[in-house]
Design a binder for this molecule. Structure first.
Ligand SMILES: [Zn+2]
Length: 351
C-alpha cells in the first residue's frame, strides 16, 4: 500500500455553454463566493469585453481589476501586492493562458480562491492546477491553485484567433504521447500510474482529433469539443497531482525549443510538432497525426513556424535534460544529433 499522501485537487464546478459569462453573478452565489472583495486579473484586449458583459457584477461588488501582459514572477509579485492592499478573497482570471497562469499562481501563493474564465482555448493550463511562470528557474509548469470553478463561455472562446484554437488542439493531441511515456516510466521505473487518470488524458487527445476534423465545418462545435478536451486534461492533472498525464517527451521537446527560441511559436504549436516527432519514435501512426494537423493549416514544419532547423535539431538532442526526473522514451541519454536529423527529416519537419 502506498503510504505517500495523494491529494486530488479538482474544480468544484465547470460551467460550459453559450454566452454564460453574463451569469457570473449567479455562479458566484452558487459557489458561495459572495460578500468579499474580488480581484479580476485580465489582459489588455479582454478588459472592455469583460466590463460590458458583467456590468451587474461590477455594480454589486467590490471589484478591483488589474491588467497583466506577461506570465512572469515580477507580474505575480505586482498582483500579490494589490491583493494585499485590497484584501480580496477571490481572484477571477479572465483572459488567455498568461492571464490565467498569473491568476492561479498568485492564488496559490496567497491561498485564496481562483475562478478561471478563459477567453482562448490555447492550452490546458486554463483548466489545470499548474502554471507556467517565467523567472522560476526552469521552463516547466509549477504547482498552482486548482480552479474553484471554470466558466467556459463558448461564444467568447469561439471568437479567439484561429491560431490560438489550433494551438489548443496541438497541446491536447500531445496526450497520445504523454500517456505512452507515463506507461513506460511505470514499466521501466516503477513510477506510480493510474489507468483511470490516463484514460481521461487519452480522451482529451481523442476529443482534440475530433475538434480538428470539425474546425473548418463547425467552428463553435469544434471549440466546445476542444474545451471539453482541455478540461479533461486539466482534471487528469488534478487527479494525478502532477502534470505527468499531460506532459511527456512531446512537451520536453516543446520546452527545449522555448528555451532556444523564446517567444517564436505558441506552446501548443510546438507540442503539436513534438507529438509528430515522438509518435515516430514510439512507432505510432505519426503520418495520421501530421495529416490531421496539416488539414487545419497547423504549422508542421520548422519553416512554417519560422524556427531555424538547427534549433529543432538542438532541441531534440537536449529535450531529455529539461526535466531529468521525468522519464520518457528519450531516456537518460537522449538522442544523438545524427539521429535527431534523421527523425526530423523522416517526418518532414526539416528538409
Ligand atoms: Zn502543454
Amino acid at each position: 500500500m502506498d503510504s505517500v499522501e495523494h491529494i486530488i485537487g479538482l474544480p468544484m464546478r465547470v460551467y460550459i455553454g453559450h454566452g454564460i459569462v453574463r451569469n457570473l453573478e449567479i455562479y458566484l452565489e452558487q459557489l458561495r463566493a459572495t460578500n468579499c472583495n474580488f480581484l479580476v486579473i485580465t489582459g489588455p484586449h479582454v478588459r472592455s469585453i469583460l466590463e460590458s458583459a458583467v456590468s451587474e457584477f461590477f455594480m454589486k461588488n467590490t471589484v478591483d481589476v488589474i491588467t497583466v501582459e506577461k506570465a512572469d514572477l515580477d507580474e505575480v509579485e505586482k498582483v500579490e501586492e494589490i491583493l494585499k492592499q485590497t484584501s480580496s478573497k477571490v481572484i477571477i482570471g479572465v483572459g488567455g493562458g498568461k492571464v490565467i497562469d498569473v491568476a492561479k499562481y498568485t492564488a496559490y501563493r496567497a491561498n485564496v480562491d481562483f475562478i478561471s474564465v478563459p477567453t482562448s482555448p490555447s492550452h490546458d493550463g486554463i483548466t489545470s492546477p499548474f502554471a507556467s511562470i517565467k523567472g522560476l528557474g526552469r521552463p516547466i509548469s509549477v504547482k498552482a491553485k486548482e480552479p474553484l470553478a471554470i466558466i467556459a463561455d463558448i461564444e467568447v472562446l469561439a471568437k479567439a484567433p484561429s491560431r490560438l484554437i489550433k494551438a489548443g488542439i496541438g497541446d491536447t493531441i500531445g496526450k497520445i504521447i504523454s500517456i505512452r511515456d507515463w506507461q513506460l516510466a511505470h514499466k521501466l521505473r516503477g513510477e506510480y500510474y493510474a489507468s483511470y487518470t490516463a484514460s481521461l488524458a487519452l480522451l482529451s487527445a481523442k476529443h482534440s482529433l475530433s475538434a480538428a476534423k470539425l474546425l473548418n465545418v463547425n467552428r463553435v462545435e469544434a471549440v466546445r469539443i476542444l474545451m471539453e478536451a482541455l478540461i479533461s486534461s486539466g482534471v487528469a492533472m488534478g487527479m494525478a497531482g502532477s502534470s505527468r498525464p499531460a506532459s511527456g517527451s512531446e512537451h520536453l521537446f516543446a520546452h527545449a525549443v522555448e528555451v532556444l527560441e523564446p517567444g517564436t511559436a505558441l506552446h501548443g504549436e510546438l507540442v503539436g510538432i513534438g507529438t509528430i516527432i515522438m509518435s515516430y519514435i514510439h512507432n505510432l501512426n505519426w503520418r495520421k497525426i501530421r495529416r490531421t494537423l496539416s488539414e487545419i493549416d497547423f504549422p508542421v514544419t520548422a519553416k512554417q513556424l519560422g524556427i531555424k532547423e538547427e534549433s529543432f535539431i538542438k532541441a531534440l538532442t537536449i529535450a531529455h535534460t529539461i526535466r531529468p526526473e521525468r522519464f520518457t522514451i528519450l531516456g537518460d541519454k537522449g538522442i544523438t544529433e545524427h539521429a535527431a536529423i534523421n527523425i526530423l527529416k523522416s517526418t518532414g519537419i526539416i528538409q
